[in-house]
Design a protein around this ligand. Sequence first.
Ligand code: SAM
Length: 328
Amino acid sequence: MTALIDSWQRQINYLRISVTDLCNLSCVYCSAGSLPRLSHDDILRYEEIQRIVRIAASMGITKVRLTGGEPLARPDFVKLVRMISEIKGIDDIAVTTNGILLAKYAKELKEAGLHRVNISLDTLKRERFKQITGGDKLADVLAGIETAHQVGLEPVKINTVVMRGKNDDEILDFARKTITEGWHVRFIEFMPFGSCGDEGVETVPTAEIQERIKVLGKLEPVVGPAGNGPAKYYQLPGSKGSLGFITPMTEHFCATCNRLRVTSDGHLRPCLLGNDEIALKNTLRSGASDDEIKQLIQQAVAIKREEHHLSGELAPEVVTRPMYQIGG
Ligand code: SAM
């Protein structure tokens, strides 16, 4: 097996795939529920996704994350997880989900070979959940978190995007959940895409979040729960869970980036926050050989840039493709 190494000597072993651009929520910073949709034929079929993963696995990809849109909202999603779990060389399959359908599917997903889930949750308040997401679904998400634990989709991580004036008054409530419930909470800095209806949403820098959490006790650095990402983890006194911080804006982690992405309409994307893409779907559908697909994957790795330009000297760059097509 070859290793995928980019121009900056980073080893790429992690593939994130957006399996649909559809979502059953419409979050204020993503608007996935209300913007124009791709047509059915534009979206990669499960067999195509499986083939891409199989070829990528033969090149050194060992970890896969399925995201969207809302992955669990795509019909027969359990089948896709099973198809990927059968691929030799893939030792970690994770899903990023809003959790609404997790109570329903968690057991089947676990049996199909899913290892773990990240669940997005930006508020613990029902009315606010409706405002942020457009859906009255907080109870479903909490039930989904519970079921994910019950069936052993561990570690269950809770992803919280902190937005000034919208949910930053709940930072301490989420932090307390790491003590009372043993949650693994990750605070994510909001990334201004500029193309998703996210105008007016403001990032809260991680340093500020950490400063506010100090009233609950000293944050001790710890080794975080299993994963492949850039979060830095800490624990509060008496906590069974952990607090992770993901800092794409104030301290980017591009130097350790190990990822390649596939958009829901079949483009290879070397960087979440850059607009470079390599078209893959048409080649797949024109009877291309595995070697031809490999070449495209190699090209995508070769054009991975050193770092993103959403913050820093070359900022701001507008990310033209919406998050729900790329996959968060
Ligand atoms: N529907 C699934 C979910 O809700 O987890 C997967 C897709 S969603 C786009 C993936 C993650 O991206 C969510 O945690 C969401 O909060 C996050 N996200 C979306 N837009 C973002 C932005 N502009 N900045 C930071 N995180 C963002």
